[in-house]
Design a protein around this ligand. Structure first.
Ligand code: FMN
Length: 190
C-alpha cells in the first residue's frame, strides 16, 4: 500500500463482510500499535483483542455508531465488525496524559489493518463500565476506546465540505464524509 494514498483514501467503515480475521492479523495490528510514538517513551497503552463471534456479539451493543445518522446507520446484524481491539491505559504506568499516545497507536492499528484490506472504525462512544465487566478488565486498566475491525462492505468517500457543515450524510446509499479543504486548514507556509 502506498502510505500517502492509503491515508488519504481511508474512511471509517461501519458495514463489514462477515469474513473473520485471524489471530495473527490482530497480533500484527497490536504489534504496529506498540511501535507508535509515545510521550516520554512511557508506553502506557495495553490492548485487548476480541475475535470470537460470541464475545463480539456481546460487545457490539456497548458501542454507539455514526452519531449524525443514528440509529439509521447502525451496522445491521450481518454488517457487524468481526473483531475489536480495546485500547486501555495502564494506570500503573501513567495516570494521565496518554491521549496523544492513544491517537498515535490507534492510527497505527487503523493503517496496518488498511494495508491488509481490513476496514476499521475508531469508537470512543463506549459503555465503559459494561465493557469492563464483560471483558473482566483489571482495575489498573482505564478503557480509552475500541477499534472495530473487519473486511469493508461499504465504500464511503470524502467530499468537499460546504457551509462549514461537518455532518456526514448518505447520497445514493453511500456515506459522504465532508472534509475541510487544504486551503482552509493550511494557514501558511512561511
Ligand atoms: C476520537 C474519535 C472518536 C470517534 N468515535 C466514534 C464513535 O464513537 N462512533 C463512530 O461511529 N465513529 C466514531 N469516530 C469516527 C468519526 O466519526 C470519523 O472519523 C469522522 O466522521 C470522519 O470520517 P472518516 O474517518 O471516514 O474520515 C471517531 C473518530 C475519532 C477520531
Amino acid at each position: 500500500m502506498d502510505i500517502y494514498q492509503g491515508l488519504k483514501n481511508r474512511r471509517s467503515i461501519r458495514k463489514f463482510k462477515q469474513t473473520p480475521l485471524s489471530k495473527e492479523q490482530l497480533r500484527s495490528y497490536v504489534d504496529a500499535a506498540r511501535m507508535a510514538p509515545s510521550a516520554a517513551n512511557m508506553q502506557p497503552l495495553k490492548y485487548i483483542a476480541v475475535n470470537s463471534k460470541e464475545m463480539g456479539d456481546r460487545l457490539f451493543p456497548l458501542l454507539k455508531w455514526a452519531g449524525y445518522l443514528a440509529p439509521q446507520y447502525n451496522p445491521k446484524e450481518l454488517e457487524r465488525p468481526t473483531a475489536y481491539i480495546v485500547v486501555c491505559a495502564d494506570m500503573n504506568i501513567r495516570k494521565n496524559g496518554y491521549e496523544a499516545d492513544m491517537g498515535a497507536a490507534v492510527e497505527n492499528i487503523i493503517l496496518s489493518a488498511l494495508e491488509d484490506g481490513v476496514g476499521s472504525c475508531w469508537i470512543v462512544s463506549v459503555e465503559r463500565d459494561k465493557l469492563r465487566d464483560l471483558l473482566r478488565v483489571s482495575e489498573n486498566l482505564e478503557i480509552l476506546c475500541v477499534v472495530a475491525l473487519g473486511y469493508p462492505d461499504e465504500s464511503p468517500i470524502a467530499v468537499e465540505m460546504k457551509n462549514q457543515d461537518v455532518k456526514y450524510y448518505l447520497e445514493n446509499g453511500r456515506l459522504n464524509v465532508p472534509k475541510r479543504s487544504l486551503d482552509d486548514v493550511l494557514v501558511e507556509i512561511i
